[in-house]
Design a protein around this ligand. Sequence first.
Ligand SMILES: Cc1cc2nc3c(=O)[nH]c(=O)nc-3n(C[C@H](O)[C@H](O)[C@H](O)COP(=O)(O)OP(=O)(O)OC[C@H]3O[C@@H](n4cnc5c(N)ncnc54)[C@H](O)[C@@H]3O)c2cc1C
Length: 260
Amino acid sequence: MKEKIIIIGAGISGLAAAYFLKKPYEVLEEKSYAGGLCASFYEDGFVFDCSGHFIHVKDEEIKKTIEKLTGGFCKIDRNAAIYAKNKFIPYPFQANLYYLDDKTKKECVNGILKRKDVKISASMPFLRWSEAMFGQGITKYFMKPYNRKLWDYDLNKMTTEWTGEFVPKPDAEIIVKAAYSKNKKRYDGYNSVFYYPKVNGCGALIDGLTKEVKVNLNSKTQKIDIQNKIILCSSGKTYKYNRIVSTQALPEFNECSLKC
Ligand SMILES: Cc1cc2nc3c(=O)[nH]c(=O)nc-3n(C[C@H](O)[C@H](O)[C@H](O)COP(=O)(O)OP(=O)(O)OC[C@H]3O[C@@H](n4cnc5c(N)ncnc54)[C@H](O)[C@@H]3O)c2cc1C
């Protein structure tokens, strides 16, 4: 058994680590496909991205690498809307209540006017933060369903400091004003302009990387013997390592390495 760097996971992190590594490696991926959250699926001529679909790059070298790997990308101006109550509401929902039906709009406006006077802090659970910030109506019709779906996590258990920065926070006065007249303000945020591959969705990046990086699919790491530096895989194979680059969730990695 040759000693190598073992990379656990063939998501974008694991593939990129292998791509840039100048030493012998093995990538172990538990699934039958590479890409993790960044994978795309193709069906009936359509592309479905699992999650990440905005490419943000500041570094010119990385930009060139992504361009080469994807076969080229386009610069896109975000044009987002929220489908709520059978209508498309321009982004962000909370600054465009004008487009809602009268009953929902009234509930949202009343909600913001009747907010409880609580001290707002980033360590508050997301749901409480949203109600304190935007009131019950906006929370009910947008913040709660959208964020529950986006993060796939109990919003009462999730704090706000790591998500709050993604949420535009117009003043209550502006929110109420924008309920009765069209809001012309642009809310740029971090992703108003982004890059996207010309073909094959975000998976184009994964396709490009897997042409360069060898991945052992169906290879879930089951036990990590830290003392002897050996990994046992679900495929039955064992790998001797000198270092591990783990991209799997930390609690699961810990569990794996404690099994021996
Ligand atoms: C809804 C949503 C939207 C997002 N939008 C964007 C966006 O627009 N732009 C952006 O830049 N980012 C976005 N992100 C974030 C981005 O998708 C992730 O940060 C990124 O894909 C994570 O990559 P990763 O390789 O670190 O992890 P993952 O993609 O989770 O990869 C980990 C890999 O490890 C494998 N694995 C786990 N355990 C084992 C094991 N024991 N043995 C072997 N393999 C194992 C998994 O199968 C998986 O393939 C978004 C995320 C979500 C959820």
